[in-house]
Ligand binder design. Sequence first.
Ligand code: NAD
Ligand code: 89V
Length: 347
Amino acid sequence: MSAPLKIAVIGCGFFAQNHLQGWKELRGEGAELAAVCDASAEKANAASRAHGVPAFTSIEKMLDTVKPDLVDVITRMDSHLAICDLLARRGVAAIVQKPLAPCWADCVAMANTAREHKSFLAVHENFRFQAPMLKVKALLDGGAIGDVSWARLAFRTGFDVFGNQPYLYDEERLVILDLGIHVLDIARVFLGEVDRLSCETQRRNVLVKADDTATLLLRHSGGAVSVVECTYTAKRHPDLFPHTRLEIEGTKGSLILDSDDEIILSDGTSHTRIAIDNPLAPWMQKPWHVVQRSVMETSRHIFKSFRNGERAATDISDNLKTYALVEAAYAAALDHTSHQPEMWQHN
Ligand code: NAD
Ligand code: 89V
């Protein structure tokens, strides 16, 4: 095998712990965690102690000292533009967490800079790498339900996401940008690109500043229609957080994903239950494990793409197509008409 590539992590907060564990598992595949960096010395030092790599509080100093091959950015969206700009100008390949940025203009600026510097920039969009979603995609691609014509994709929870991520209370745009973005991404993966969409938002939790619930109607380019639902304000028992429920119908049958461990595949007269394998590694904890494993699978895919000189499935140009749906949804929620997603025009 070729020499290991050096990975550096920027941002060692709540969600980075999953990325750090994932990189540890990918060591055998040539990804060597080489440094951690956080503006908070306390967070950087804690990650350094846990993973036995040097800690930095300055990105520049980390780049000068470690010279990483690939940097994994797990800071919040308001810092992504500046960090990715610095990395692109220094010729360093990068992975960046979702959401790419707080607004479309910043996303486009990031895409233009990456293009200008011919730098590798992939977005760590993980839902399509969840074990249930990979299984559904394989069934659809294998023709299990024929041509897909309709779907409902729903993420409805009352799980206290604010406990781990208190900054979510104060976002100007909440549920579509933080959560809907994942569900819209899998809608694209399963049903194809979107011609137009409409959307209604609600603020049902008075403690949050912005939308906590959104219901979207999408017309896909191939003719299929889907309903995308997301809320952080459902009262459910059991609450399946962090699972996305799916109902997908096609010309030959349908599939239903209503739990984390099986898909019900039907041809209209009988059904079969298809098990989903999603083992719990020692560093994973329920209910997060479907997300945790997908973090590792997303990193694995992006790392392999980078090492092989290929584009990642979730590179910035792909992720802009998902982000454009978020923008269209907020625009539709404002004027109550359907909107077409914008396209990134290369400069
Ligand atoms: P967090 O606030 O807990 O951690 C962010 C860290 O980045 C902080 O420790 C902060 O000090 C550091 N930081 C900020 N600017 C920096 C800079 N310029 N240089 C170095 N360090 C810097 O945030 P979080 O909850 O871990 O979220 C991080 C990202 O992960 C967000 O974009 C969030 O949307 C995403 N996230 C994704 C999922 C998922 O399922 N895909 C889940 C949770 C969070
Ligand atoms: O992406 C996220 O912020 C995740 C989840 C969708 C699970 O809430 O925390």
